[in-house]
Design a protein around this ligand. Structure first.
Ligand code: ADP
Ligand code: MG
Length: 567
């Protein structure tokens, strides 16, 4: 094909693709515009996963009647004027791309009324072209309706996920901006139901309560703006926000929010800084809850490196990393004079062929069980018969077999046993269920709400009887018997948070096993240890827990002799 200049309509579709990836990106751009317009109230309504309708209504400064059409042409913005302005951006938007991009892939209606205008303007666009314009009454502010998103871009439509997933992305965008702007009153309704409402009186803790629920809010600690040792005092870097005590840790990083000069960004560097601050305070695989606001001179951060402006680049990464880490660590240390530090878990290396051979059942072990000896040299996964010697540090079972010594991680081993039991019971549709004496209410955050709405049934298959009960609240009537006296609510939350990753049924089973297994630090009686080992001998994969970590380490008699210098 010869080289030729693309048709303007194709160009606008390509450009739109960079900004508008999915319905939640439209919501993000529109809400950012409302925030840039100094709104104190923003209401968002969506239906059909945001594909049928997205409506964002604000009470901001509005657009002057003579500029409404211009706002929809590419690269028109009121936020920067020249090259120098690009060096010191203080608004969330600045490229003048969002409105034209949205209009290129949807039907858009806008009603807006600028400051000190007596009458507003209504403008309607289809495929980016204006189809109607007239004066219309409206109080100061802007309402934008976006309908039939991607109807003319089937390739995009095809890549959208389920309604629940798109809704959960939208709920997340609003939750994040609500956390960044506690002084703004947000109202999100999804398919006619209010999903999130914040008071907008400027207190972050109120927003945290609305977004994450009371349990999390009760465990949040404020990051003070005091000067910490070697910290921000001499730089222009300010850190505020709230962090959760280690007691409210979560199994995903979805509860880490970062705002740079109030822009919501995702940053591996910052996530790492916060997690470093929690080092030793959380169990492996657990992540903290944190809302971290970083303010710094606009010239020290480049916000123009990502199409959706979701990532930024700091001039001095090291300074930012150190300051965030110290600020968070300081709050943690202050709140916990005697932190209980978990022993660092050993890093897991996949067993080599040779190590697998060490686990091969020995002849004498089989004599004890009366089973025929296994064929020689097969790297079996079965365990030899073990004799329990005792418990170490209330966390490990010490056992021996003729081949040597075993140290078994009681939590990981029990997790494996329960995981296989749950999986087998589920396959036979025989999960044991225990009714609660009184139905319990269960609160979820907007994101979890969207997931739970459509997954009550799958949880039902695992023994949870959960039904909707008003605003982001559910009624739980029964739980799997295994979890009856355990943290079943934590299990459900963990499962809801892990939606995006892979196999649902498997993550439910893993989470149930993890929450119902004996803990490290729990003293076990001889009988309990024997029973655990007996059950471990029965499972199909005794050497790793369902997360893939080892359940045991072995010191062979040969190794012992070598260590002690015996031949
Ligand atoms: P940008 O935000 O990068 O400037 P947009 O395409 O998102 O580009 O918006 C174009 C312009 O339209 C903005 O610069 C602003 O002047 C105006 N605008 C958009 N939304 C609103 C709103 N909700 N309230 C007031 N003005 C708005
Ligand atoms: Mg914008």
């Amino acid at each position: 094909m010869p080289i030729r200049v693309l048709d303007p309509q194709v160009v606008s579709q390509i450009a739109a693709g960079e900004v508008v990836e999915r319905p939640a990106s439209v919501v993000k751009e529109l809400v950012e515009n409302s925030l840039d317009a100094s709104s104190s109230q923003i209401s968002i309504a969506v239906s059909g996963g945001g594909v049928s309708l997205i409506r964002v209504m604000d009470n901001g400064v509005g657009i002057a009647s003579g500029e409404v059409e211009l706002a929809f042409s590419r690269y028109s913005t009121s936020k920067i004027g020249n090259l120098e302005d690009l060096e010191s951006i203080t608004s969330l938007g600045f490229r003048g791309e969002a409105l034209p991009s949205i209009a290129a892939v949807a039907q858009v209606d806008i009603t807006t009324c600028g400051v000190s205008e007596s009458v507003g303007t209504y403008l309607s666009l289809n495929d980016g072209a204006v189809t109607n314009e007239r004066s219309q009454g409206r109080s100061q502010g802007t309402t934008i309706m976006v309908r039939n998103l991607f109807r003319k871009v089937p390739a995009r439509l095809k890549f959208l996920k389920s309604l629940a997933t798109e809704n959960s992305h939208i709920a997340n965008v609003i939750s994040q901006y609500a956390l960044a702007f506690p002084e703004v009153k947000f109202n999100l309704s999804i398919d006619g139901k209010v999903t999130l409402r914040t008071p907008g009186i400027g207190r972050l803790i109120d927003t945290v309560t609305e977004v994450y629920g009371l349990e999390v809010a009760r465990n949040m600690m404020e990051i003070g703006d005091e000067e910490w040792e070697g910290g921000a005092a001499d730089s222009a870097l300010g850190i505020t926000g709230m962090i959760g005590s280690p007691a409210v840790s979560r199994s995903s990083r979805g509860y880490l929010s970062f705002f740079i000069n109030r822009r919501w960004v995702s940053s591996r560097l910052l996530a790492w800084a916060v997690e470093e601050a929690y080092h030793g305070l959380l169990m492996q695989g657990k992540h903290p809850v944190a809302i971290v606001n970083i303010s710094l001179p606009a010239g020290q951060v480049d916000v123009n490196i990502h199409p959706a402006k979701a990532e930024v680049k700091f001039q001095n990464e090291r300074l930012v990393f150190n300051t965030v880490q110290k600020a968070v660590r300081q709050v943690l240390i202050k709140s916990m004079p005697v932190p209980k530090i978990e022993a660092p878990a050993t890093t897991y290396a996949a067993p080599s062929e040779q190590r697998k051979l060490l686990w091969t059942s020995s002849g004498s072990g089989d004599r004890l069980t009366g089973l025929p000896p296994p064929p020689l040299q097969t790297p079996l996964v079965a365990l030899p018969v073990l004799r329990v010697l005792g418990q170490l540090m209330s966390s490990y079972i010490v056992a021996e077999c003729p081949d040597g010594l075993y140290l078994i991680d009681q939590h990981a081993a029990h997790e494996r046993i329960l995981f296989e039991k749950i999986r087998d019971q589920k396959a036979r549709q025989g999960i044991e269920v225990q009714g609660l004496l009184e139905p319990a209410t269960f609160e979820v955050n907007p994101r979890q709400d969207e997931v739970l709405k459509s997954h009550c049934d799958s949880l039902g298959e695992f023994g949870f009887s959960i039904e909707p009960f008003g605003d982001r609240t559910y009624l739980v009537r029964a739980v799997p018997a295994l979890l009856y006296t355990k943290d079943w609510a934590g299990t459900v939350r963990e499962v809801l948070d892990s939606l995006s990753g892979g196999d649902w049924a498997e993550s439910i089973a893993i989470s149930m096993a993890c929450h119902s297994a004996v803990r490290a630090g729990q003293v076990l009686s001889d009988d309990e240890m024997h029973e655990l080992i007996r059950q471990l001998e029965q499972v199909t994969l005794p050497h790793t827990c369902p997360h893939g970590r080892p359940t045991m380490i072995q010191l062979s008699s040969g190794q012992l002799k070598r260590e002690f210098g015996r031949s």
